[in-house]
Each structure stands twice: as structure tokens, then as C-alpha cells.
Design a protein around this ligand. Structure first.
Ligand SMILES: [Zn+2]
Length: 234
């Protein structure tokens, strides 16, 4: 696998040829639906690229933004512009939650509610979440948060197909290609960091992330701190 968009297009076309409908998680049916999910762990810019690719093919999906990630600030001006562009393209936005921030189930329910209440004031986010590293919390699959959709609830995770590219797994396999012939709904998770127009190796991807962040930090220093305006002129 090259992790190029064209490989995803082959899979999506297969779903469509088998009569599947790309649906949002709230529009649940155990048959004939594809719930397209993207966990945005590293880059909202890459999420927007994927959002453009999907919209160009008439597809919609849900992008899950991680408030406590180590890579981007979801409230920076650039991130907010990119998120509103993703929403304008017809996609939905949810929250990618780290359960390891919480001590127990009650704590986690409150944490999700609090995170939603805060971030919904800044960008258009739906009451839906996915977990980042779910295994770090016992009982993650059974967490019910009133008024929210948990994408790991058994109806999205056990009762229908679940395919994921986690850790850049080569997940386009015969299991995946045969699934649509059954008519059973499919949750399909990809991480935008792995995918691009032409496909790229992990080394090329990390080099690009380093480069992009270097330029962003440099330009933020120049714009925000007068002392750096001259020092970093070129
Ligand atoms: Zn994650």
C-alpha cells in the first residue's frame, strides 16, 4: 500500500457499487451504511486536505479533533479557519478524547461534557467522540455519555464491521474488500497523517511536519515579538 488517496477511492467506489450510503454516525442503521471517521492526532492541515479529497468525490465524513494533542493548537487562527472550511465542505467535527486524563468513569463523562461545552464556543463541533488510545481506560467501550455518540459503542464497533489504519496498518485486505458484499454497515477509520495525493513514506511525512512547524514557529516569532521581527527577517 502507498497510502495514496486513489487507494481509498477504490474502496469507497466499492462501497458505493454495493449500494452503501456514506452516513453520519447519528443516522444509524446496522445495514447499508458507511460511517467514515478520521482521528486527527497530528495535523488539521492534513485533515483539510483529506476533507477536500472526499468532498471532491461527493463524500462526507466526521473529523475528530484532539484538544490535548502534542502537535497543533485547535484554537489557533489557522486551525479555526481550516475547521470552518472542513465544516463548509459538508463534513462534521467531533472530539478525539484521551481517557487517560481521567481517574474513573464519572470523571470521564464530566470531562467529555466539559470539553464539548468549551470547544463548541469556538468551532462547529457535534456531540460525538472517539477515544485516543482507548485501551488506557478500563471499560472504554461501554462508556455512555448522555446526549453524545460514542464511536466505540458496540453498535458501531462490534455489531457492524470496523476497519482502521491505526499505526499505518496495511488494512486494505481481502476481509475489507469482501465486507461490502454482506450489506452489513461499516465503520471505516483513517488517520489523515498517513494519506496524501501521491502517498508518502513515514520518513517523508515526518520531514514535512518538521518543516511546516519550523516555518510556522518562525513566522509566529516574527509576527508576535518585535525583537524577532528583524532577527528573523529572511
Ligand atoms: Zn488518536
Amino acid at each position: 500500500m502507498e497510502f495514496a488517496y486513489k487507494e481509498l477511492k477504490v474502496v469507497y467506489d466499492l462501497f458505493l457499487q454495493n449500494g452503501y450510503r456514506f452516513s453520519f454516525f447519528g443516522d444509524y442503521n446496522s445495514k447499508g451504511r458507511v460511517f467514515l471517521r478520521h482521528d486527527v492526532d497530528c495535523s488539521i492541515t492534513m485533515a483539510l486536505e483529506m476533507a477536500n479529497f472526499e468532498a471532491g468525490n461527493g463524500l462526507t465524513s466526521t473529523f475528530f479533533i484532539q484538544p490535548d494533542n502534542d502537535f497543533y493548537n485547535p484554537l489557533s487562527q489557522k486551525a479555526l479557519e481550516n475547521l470552518s472550511r472542513i465544516a463548509e465542505l459538508g463534513h462534521k467535527i467531533g472530539l478525539h478524547i484521551s481517557p487517560s486524563n481521567c481517574q474513573n468513569q464519572e470523571d470521564l463523562v464530566q470531562y467529555i461534557d466539559r470539553t464539548y461545552n468549551y470547544f463548541s464556543g469556538f468551532f462547529p463541533v457535534d456531540r460525538i467522540f472517539s477515544f485516543h488510545r482507548p485501551g488506557s481506560f478500563d471499560g472504554w467501550r461501554y462508556i455512555e455519555v448522555p446526549g453524545f455518540v460514542n464511536t466505540y459503542h458496540s453498535k458501531y464497533f462490534k455489531e457492524i464491521f470496523y476497519f482502521s489504519d491505526s499505526n499505518r496498518r496495511e488494512f486494505i485486505s481481502s476481509d475489507l474488500l469482501e465486507a461490502p458484499s454482506t450489506g452489513k454497515s461499516i465503520q471505516f477509520l483513517t488517520h489523515p497523517i498517513w494519506w496524501s495525493e501521491e502517498g508518502a513514506s513515514p520518513k517523508v511525512i515526518s520531514d514535512k511536519l518538521f518543516r511546516d512547524n519550523f516555518h510556522e514557529i518562525r513566522s509566529a516569532l516574527r509576527v508576535n515579538i518585535r525583537l524577532f521581527a528583524n532577527l528573523l527577517k529572511d
